[in-house]
Structure formats: structure tokens, C-alpha cells
Ligand binder design. Structure first.
Ligand code: ATP
Length: 452
């Protein structure tokens, strides 16, 4: 694992962002839990996405469909037959490869990358859907699947949604929710896991306008990351080549990020080291609605046709990893110039304010009773408006660094002068600039700074 990834994995565990799932029993490969700060980050990512892709538009509505649906959904969508990866297993060391990794091995002369043996089990097709049983009888008639994407829940609710909301083309239906894939090679922390969340938008258009809308949604998706502070040099758009396209897709653009690892399999970008899929935007044409036998009637002109669908498909967990990686900065010797630097390593997580788990931390300068009382009052006031932290343990410098490391944009220090002037010092995470603000004005000040 790269140095940066190791640091992110360790920070995530140490500071309560992400934990290995069921760790006390040795964990389970491909499953991760989000801790107290991780759940805030994830919720903020979802909130920001929903605001841009649903709330601020008049043409997109939301949906929350179930994870386990009638298995016919997955038969018709092609997943039962086709949502499979090629699986190759080395007979000697039992190393397993998937999809494109097999071609990569072929390209390197055919030896197993782990043990160099050329003795493999027969290549198999491996369906990535998890299955389960519905009801008390476990037989083939009761088999059901955990959804491997949220999109199909949208397609099967197309008619109900259109009718109840009186939707007219072009319009979109958005959904955020869990998806499950029994990945052959989960890894790179939460980049590829077996249980994850997706944020998907299915935007239905007149087939004559598909290319215009496809370009539009590629730009909107890309812009969302830039608006949330992802560095331009670390993100790019890549059109999939014809041979890479899924069978239903007329075109697909992957928004890729420059990860500090080489991703395996399908999400690895055309061979370029580090770059891998963060989001995929596909023109799925009329494949899905047709597969489910769904029609749409437009009033003008009076014709019945099947809309095309443009799908931006985001992974919440992959986005969370990307925001953490991109925000991480390590400063050798620390940033303090006013006092003699303690020469320790300082970490600042420059998360966008919308994404930061805590927006503000309240820190009394000392543990004197009268200071604590004021600080706790200020904390209470902050909590009613923002996710706020309170910390009275260790030196003020240490406490600033604790908050910098988890990306808290503002620290509010209550000092002895506060008792007299009824004001506090607000410190900015990125500039370290300090401003004296009256307690009575503090909520408005922070709110304005956060753009709320
Ligand atoms: P890959 O090629 O990496 O397997 P995919 O092309 O099959 O991915 P899509 O079906 O397009 O992925 O899924 C849309 C998005 O969902 C991806 O861009 C990614 O952000 C997220 N995603 C897909 N699979 C996983 C996974 N196993 N773990 C975490 N996120 C995932």
C-alpha cells in the first residue's frame, strides 16, 4: 500500500472515520464500518449531492426503493445472466484474478503474479450478485438478490413516479442507497468493497437529445467534485473506448481520480498508473425501460416511445476516500511560526466546509471553572446550529492540531478576556488567522463563513 494510503487508513481508524467491519472477529474482507466522524462525512457527501442533483433543480425527484426486489427485475435487466466477472484461480498459490487482470497476466507472459506458476483452474464466470432466500423455505423458488446497483429500483418505479409526480421529459429520478457486489478482488481500503453506497441519477430524455444531455451530465458530475475542492490536477474525464463499453451503453465517460495506487480490474483507467474510475456517466439508451416493457407517452407529439436514459453513477464510499486523500496535507515541523516550532509532523485535512464532520470546535483556554462554564454555554449554542466538538484536554496547540487533523474549519477559543469582553477568538483551519468575535454574533459569523 502506498505511503499516503497507509496514512489515510491509519488516520481513519485512529480518529473515528472508518473501521474494519467486525474487527474483533478478524474482520471480513471487503466490508467496512463508518465511525462517528465517517458517518458525518458520508452524510455530508450525500447531502451535498442531493442538494445539487435534486433540491436545486425542478426536473429531478427522489426515490428510496428496497434492496431486495422481485428476482424477475434482475432476470430482465440481464444481471442474472450477465453481471459476472471472469474468475481465474492459480492452482498452486490459489491467487484469484478477475476480468481485465486476466488479460494483464496474459500480456505479461502468462505466469501467476504471485508465484509465477502457469497451472490454473479452468476459467469460470462468476456472478457478482449476492443471493438470499425470501420466506421460510430455502429452495430455487425463493431465491432473491441483494441489489448490485440502485438504478433498477428506479426503472421499475418509472410509471408510478411519472404518474404520481406528473413528470414530463426531460426529467430525472435520483436515489441514494446501498449496493452489494461479491467482488472477486475487493481492496484498496474502501475503493472496492462488497457492500457500498451509490448515488445514482437516471435522467430520461427524448432519444433525439441524448448526446446533448450526456455531455451536460458529464460536466455537472465533474463540476460537483471541483466545487467541493478536489484539485483540478487530480481529476479528469475519460471516454471509454468502444471495446470497454457495457453492452447497453452508447457512450460512457469515467471521471477518474489520480489515486496513490494502481486499481485492479475494470475501474483501472486505460493502463495509466494511478488513474481510476471515481464516477461513471453512461448513455444507457432505452435498454432498461425496454427490458422491463415500460413505455412513455408524450403529449406533444402524440406518440408513444421509449426515452433514453443518461446515468451519472457515483459511489459514496469511493467519493469519501477521494475527498480524504485529496484533502490530506502533512507539514513537517508544523505551521506555527510565532513560537519555536516543536518540529513535529502536523496534519491538516483541508476538507471542504460542507463536508467537514465538525464545523466548529469550542476550546476553553484553561480548565478553570469560570472559563469552562462560558465555553460550555458557547458549545451548547453552537450545537443547536452546527455539528460542534468540545475539547478541554491538553494544551491549546495540541487541541488545534487535533481539530486540523479531522478537518474542523473553525476553532473557537474561550479565554480569560472572554469573561470581561464577552468575546471569543475564532481560528481558521487553513489560514490560521484569528479573529475576535462577540459571543452574541458568533452563530451568524460561523454561519456566514460556512455559506449557510
Ligand atoms: P468497476 O469497473 O470498478 O468494477 P463498475 O464500472 O462496475 O466499477 P459501476 O457499475 O459503473 O462500476 O458503478 C458506479 C459507481 O459505483 C462506480 O463509479 C464506483 O464509484 C461505485 N462502485 C462500484 N463498485 C464498487 C465497489 N465494489 N466498491 C465501492 N464502490 C463501487
Amino acid at each position: 500500500m502506498s505511503d499516503l494510503m497507509e496514512k489515510i487508513v491509519s488516520l481513519s481508524k485512529r480518529r473515528g472515520f472508518i473501521f474494519p467491519s467486525s474487527e474483533i472477529y478478524g474482520g471480513l474482507q471487503g466490508f467496512w464500518d463508518f465511525g462517528p466522524l465517517g458517518v458525518e462525512l458520508k452524510n455530508n457527501i450525500k447531502k451535498s449531492w442531493w442538494k445539487k442533483f435534486v433540491q436545486e433543480r425542478g426536473d429531478v425527484v427522489g426515490l428510496d426503493s428496497v434492496i431486495i426486489m422481485n428476482p424477475k427485475v434482475w432476470e430482465k435487466s440481464g444481471h442474472v445472466k450477465g453481471f459476472a466477472d471472469k474468475l481465474l484461480e492459480c492452482k498452486k498459490c490459489h491467487h484469484r484474478f478477475r476480468g481485465e487482470d486476466i488479460s494483464a497476466v496474459d500480456g505479461m507472459g502468462g505466469g501467476c503474479p504471485k508465484c509465477d506458476s502457469r497451472d490454473y483452474e479452468e476459467e469460470k464466470e462468476f456472478n457478482l450478485m449476492f443471493d438470499t432466500y425470501v420466506g421460510p423455505v430455502k429452495d430455487s423458488a425463493s431465491v432473491a438478490y441483494l441489489r448490485p446497483e440502485t438504478a433498477q429500483g428506479i426503472f421499475v418505479n418509472f410509471e408510478n413516479t411519472v404518474n404520481s409526480m406528473r413528470l414530463k421529459l426531460p426529467f430525472g429520478i435520483a436515489q441514494i442507497g446501498k449496493a452489494f457486489r461479491n467482488e472477486i478482488t475487493p481492496g484498496n481500503f474502501i475503493f472496492r468493497s462488497r457492500e457500498f453506497e451509490q448515488m445514482e441519477l437516471e435522467y430520461f430524455v427524448n432519444p433525439k437529445e441524448d448526446e446533448k444531455w450526456f455531455d451536460y451530465w458529464v460536466e455537472q458530475s465533474y463540476q460537483w467534485f471541483l466545487d467541493l475542492g478536489i484539485k483540478k490536477e487530480n481529476i479528469k474525464k475519460r471516454s471509454q473506448a468502444e471495446k470497454e463499453l457495457a453492452h447497453y451503453a452508447k457512450a460512457t465517460v469515467d471521471i477518474e481520480y489520480k489515486y496513490p495506487f494502481s486499481a485492479q480490474g475494470g475501474s483501472a483507467s486505460g493502463g495509466e498508473k494511478g488513474w481510476a474510475e471515481l464516477v461513471g456517466i453512461s448513455n444507457r439508451q432505452d435498454f432498461d425501460l425496454k427490458a422491463h416493457g415500460i413505455k412513455y407517452k408524450d403529449d406533444v407529439p402524440q406518440e408513444e416511445y421509449i426515452p433514453y436514459v443518461i446515468e451519472p453513477s457515483f459511489g459514496v464510499d469511493r467519493a469519501a476516500l477521494t475527498f480524504l486523500l485529496d484533502a490530506y496535507e502533512e507539514i513537517k515541523g508544523g505551521r506555527t511560526t510565532t513560537t519555536k516550532s516543536i518540529k513535529e509532523e502536523e496534519v491538516v485535512l483541508h476538507l471542504h466546509k460542507d463536508l467537514a464532520p465538525y464545523k466548529v470546535a469550542v476550546l476553553p483556554l484553561s480548565r478553570k471553572e469560570n472559563l469552562i462554564k462560558v465555553a460550555k454555554d458557547v458549545y451548547k449554542k453552537m450545537q443547536t446550529r452546527f455539528m460542534a466538538a468540545y475539547d478541554e484536554v491538553a494544551s491549546i496547540g495540541k487541541r488545534y492540531r487535533r481539530q486540523d487533523e479531522i478537518g474542523t474549519p473553525y476553532c473557537v477559543t474561550v479565554d480569560f478576556d472572554s469573561l470581561e469582553d464577552k468575546a471569543v477568538t475564532v481560528r481558521d483551519r487553513d489560514t490560521m488567522k484569528q479573529e475576535r468575535i462577540k459571543i452574541i454574533d458568533l452563530v451568524d459569523f460561523i454561519r456566514e463563513r460556512l455559506g449557510l
